[in-house]
Ligand binder design. Sequence first.
Ligand SMILES: Nc1ncnc2c1ncn2[C@@H]1O[C@H](COP(=O)(O)OP(=O)(O)OP(=O)(O)O)[C@@H](O)[C@H]1O
Length: 258
Amino acid sequence: MKPTGPEIRFVGLGRRFGETVAVEPLDLTIAGGSFVALVGASGSGKSTLLRSINRLDEAAGAIRSGSVSIGGIAVDDIPASELRRGIGYVFQSVGLFPHMTVGENIAIGRRIRGERMPENEIAGQLELVDLPADFAKRMPDALSGGQQQRVGVARALAERPQVLLLDEPFGALDPITRDALARRVRAIHDRLGLTTILVTHDMAEALLLADRVLVMDHGRIVADAAPRELAAGRAGPAAEALVAVPRNQARRLADLAR
Ligand SMILES: Nc1ncnc2c1ncn2[C@@H]1O[C@H](COP(=O)(O)OP(=O)(O)OP(=O)(O)O)[C@@H](O)[C@H]1O
């Protein structure tokens, strides 16, 4: 049977930084195995909500309330290093270690635990993101930005996590590379049966990749709908304003081609 990632549940989850409310207390359940996109304006609380799952918000000094659980276990009850081993995390600046080869970067989690990652496993991780096995020997600066981001995804999945958190992972890529990597990530999600949450500014990307789209505004979830409902304009005014952008672009492009 195909594996299915765990359910992620937020109960009364709120986050503040001093007087700034990043996330207003909210209840939210992300179904196991689903691919959810989180969209909304800059500063609306997307990254903070995402980082409450792997507790990276703690280090940033967030004042926390409520709880998050993964597969019924509260994240606060799991030691941070163990928690993060079970969660793949990719963000915009890939953060590959420049003095290590691509292979060493992919194997870093294992090395920290005093273990070795066999070469064939490293090759398997590279294959997952459509890169040739001999890339393992290269240094990160000998790779294009898109290839580096692929390595970032391969590294995030090296410990076989069931949850994948993506924070604007394709932000710095050209549109063609971005589209190809986004589709690849969706295919990996399906193949590995992950629970995936993607933060993106790009509504078209959210609509085309995700099963469910959450729109955040000033720390609240103001729309929560399937892409089909959003595209049909049935998800309320806050969502409609964002959907109107790619819809109008598509229309103008179609007009140009006439
Ligand atoms: N470490 C921090 N210290 C102080 N305030 C913070 C910190 N991190 C986030 N904030 C504030 O919390 C609010 C939400 O920020 P967050 O980064 O979650 O938004 P976002 O929707 O992910 O934005 P962006 O799309 O620009 O990444 C903002 O007002 C931000 O300034």
